[in-house]
Write a protein that binds this ligand. Structure first.
Ligand code: NAP
Length: 300
């Protein structure tokens, strides 16, 4: 099924190869992009410039990252045609009331210097999700965003929104990596026609990810690195990935995953690394989530 939905396209202007998926509304989306979490605005401009030069065309930012201006500045200077890019941002929870969400979409576009976003997500599943979703549906109808989706929605919250929304979310971005493969959540997304996108595809380095013995062994067998094996595994599983690195040589390494194949035995071995639990930010942990929501409320 994955092979049917994903296309492998060679860009004749570059040596790079990219695979694509199709969202429920027919939009084509790269299977691999570049994320800019925890990079300040100024450094973001340099990083996104480097990423675009390395061949990345999907860029993932968010209002909460406070670096949409840096992303926009890099895009403006890059000379890359707008229709070659796939720009993603996310509405932060403090903007979730309908009017606030509506205004914040225009503010994101202004900071990015863009006339439209390719994809805008609700960053979290809390507070006035339906008010914010209505604002996104309207922005979608107005052509300000070409697709709309969510992030950090567990299967029940996703089913709820898919059931009652006028426009169903096209995508759900959740923590996904070899240690938390999100198989049940993925099956739910496939059933609902929602594209699965991974955040933290390297588990943000947790569990000594970059020295994992199995991934190291498989990498050696394929002439690849640990991160490349993990990204290939996720892409093979139908999951869009957005690895982050501030270093140009790692950016180049992380996008170089389209010239090798993992075997079914490789897949089975990596399947066994799944601990079925978060290693980054657990959205089901009441203490963790309570702290975040308290912080957001006090900042509103
Ligand atoms: P990640 O991509 O799993 O890991 C990033 C870490 O890996 C950085 O410390 C980076 O260090 C290191 N790294 C990258 N490539 C490497 C390589 N080839 N070899 C060794 N180390 C390498 O974590 P992430 O940034 O949290 O996740 C990726 C993106 O997902 C984010 O940037 C953001 O766009 C998105 N995200 C979304 C949410 C959400 O709630 N929706 C949450 C978190 C992240 P260097 O920079 O030093 O290379």
């Amino acid at each position: 099924a994955r092979r049917q939905r994903q296309m492998c396209i060679r860009d004749s202007r570059k040596a790079d190869i990219m695979e694509y998926t199709k969202l429920a509304n027919g939009m084509q989306m790269p299977m691999l992009g570049y994320g800019v979490f925890q990079i300040d605005d100024e450094t973001t401009e340099r990083c996104v410039s480097d990423a675009l030069a390395a061949g990345y065309r999907l860029i993932d930012t968010a209002q909460a990252y406070m670096n949409e201006r840096g992303v926009g500045a890099a895009i403006a200077k890059s000379g890359v045609a707008r229709d070659e890019l796939f720009v993603v941002s996310k509405i932060w929870v403090s903007n979730y009331r309908y009017e606030d969400a509506k205004r914040s979409i225009d503010e994101s576009l202004e900071r990015l210097g863009l006339e439209y976003l390719d994809l805008m997500l609700l960053h979290q599943c809390y507070y006035d999700v339906y008010g914010a979703w209505r604002a996104l549906e309207e922005a979608y109808a107005a052509g300000k965003v070409r697709a709309i989706g969510v992030s950090n929605f567990d299967p029940v919250r996703l089913l709820d929104l898919c059931t009652f929304a006028k426009v169903a979310p096209a995508l759900n971005q959740v923590e996904t990596h070899v240690f938390w493969q999100q198989k049940p959540a993925h099956a739910n997304m496939v059933k609902l026609g929602v594209q699965h996108m991974a955040w933290g595809p390297f588990a943000e380095g947790a569990n000594d990810f970059f020295h994992n013995p199995l991934l190291t062994e498989l990498g050696a067998a394929h002439g690849k690195g640990v991160g490349q094996v993990a990204l290939r595994y996720l892409i093979d599983s139908g999951v869009v990935v957005i690895p982050k690195s501030t270093k140009p040589e790692r950016m180049a390494e992380n996008i170089d995953v389209f010239d090798f194949e993992l075997t079914p035995a490789d897949h089975a071995a990596i399947d066994a690394l799944d601990t079925n639990a978060s290693v980054c930010y657990d959205h089901t942990d009441l203490t963790v989530v309570g702290g975040l929501l308290g912080f957001i409320k006090s900042s509103m």
